[in-house]
Write a protein that binds this ligand. Structure first.
Ligand SMILES: [Zn+2]
Length: 84
């Protein structure tokens, strides 16, 4: 799995919507790729913050999509030196 694929699956990964096979591939990538690990951490923190603010349903769908757009762009503009 490469970084772009990981990012495109990240939302489903966090929601446990991936197949066992894809989850294993995502975990494997996250274990070896520092960039994606940071993105995952940031995303989880953002989602946690929303939940702490009393929005029990987590991120509103539109905000959710915008967040992942931002993450994908941030990752795309980064040097990929740490990525396999
Ligand atoms: Zn990566």
């Amino acid at each position: 799995m490469d970084c772009q694929t990981l990012i495109s699956y990240l939302s489903d990964y966090l929601d446990n919507n991936l197949s066992a096979e894809l989850t294993a591939e995502a975990r494997e990538h996250l274990a070896t790729c520092r960039n994606c690990h940071v993105v995952l951490d940031t995303t989880q923190q953002t989602i946690r913050l929303y939940r702490q603010r009393g929005q029990r349903q987590g991120l509103p769908p539109r905000r959710h999509a915008a967040l992942f757009d931002q993450l994908a762009q941030a990752l795309a503009s980064r040097p990929a030196e740490d990525c396999e």
